[in-house]
Design a binder for this molecule. Structure first.
Ligand code: 0O2
Length: 227
């Protein structure tokens, strides 16, 4: 069976009928997630061991569900796997939670400097938050995956954010999901305000961290930081 699944846009039943072909298609994305996770794990281990500072609090990944993939394909009028491959770039997703905002950009730079990583798209919702208050740095990275038949290049969406941004996004996502997108105006306003509060806390915590490190350095040099 080829990559053509049927005529017209795909629906979940169509994808279900071609389960084996779809599983083979998704395998590449699962492998790409493994590759990115390994990169993040290596950075985390190295930074903790050598620099005794770990900017990566945690990370997680997800493969887009068949239902969600079919919905997106249908919305975009995509009827074949090559069209989906070409157009949908968030089938593989990795989320990296960093301690501070500056760490988000540090980790971005460390990933993008790697020779086998190609940055295709960057959306900076930290510098330019969405009107609802959403903040995160989104990257589409292309990663080579070495299969028995040869290498394939696979896109992975990497979302980088701080703990505070993640806390906000998780709650906002739940509210959106629970209210099926019909969020009352008052709640919307309070979510925007909560996002601003979270951003202010990120700024303050980063400043505190910075000062703490400076004090530590002064201490190490044997000078009393109080004087
Ligand atoms: P899931 O289950 O998290 O994957 P595109 O995906 O490129 O077609 P868009 O809107 O340009 O569409 O993508 P963008 O802006 O890069 O955002 C895609 C993902 O970012 C979403 O995935 C969410 O994970 C996250 N995101 C974006 N905006 C918001 C927001 O306002 N609130 C929250 N909580 N998360 C957001 P999916 O596909 O929605 O779902």
């Amino acid at each position: 069976m080829g990559d053509e699944l049927g005529s017209g846009a795909l629906d979940p039943a169509e994808l279900g009928r071609h389960r084996r072909t779809v599983e083979r298609f998704l395998l590449e994305y699962e492998c790409a997630i493994d590759e990115v996770e390994t990169k993040v794990r290596v950075l985390r281990r190295e930074l903790s061991a050598i620099h005794s500072y770990n900017p990566i609090e945690s990370f997680s990944s997800r493969l887009k569900s068949l239902d969600s993939l079919a919905r997106k394909a249908q919305k975009r009028g995509l009827g074949s796997l090559p069209q989906i491959r070409e157009s949908i770039t968030d089938i593989a997703g990795v989320r990296v939670i960093c301690s501070f905002t500056a760490d988000v950009y540090r980790v971005r730079d460390m990933l993008c400097r790697q020779g086998d990583v190609h940055l295709v798209v960057e959306k900076d919702y930290i510098a330019h938050p969405k009107p609802n208050g959403y903040r995160s740095l989104h990257l589409i990275l292309e990663i080579p995956v070495f299969l028995s038949t040869g290498p394939v290049t696979v896109p992975v969406e990497v979302q980088l954010r701080t703990i505070a941004m993640d806390f906000w996004a998780s709650l906002e996502h739940k509210i959106h999901y629970k209210l099926a997108g019909e969020v009352p105006e008052d709640l919307r306003r309070r979510l925007v305000s909560a996002a601003d509060t979270a951003a202010a806390m990120d700024t303050e915590m980063e400043a505190l961290h910075h000062e703490m490190r400076q004090l530590k350095e002064v201490n190490r040099d044997g000078v009393d930081p109080i004087v």
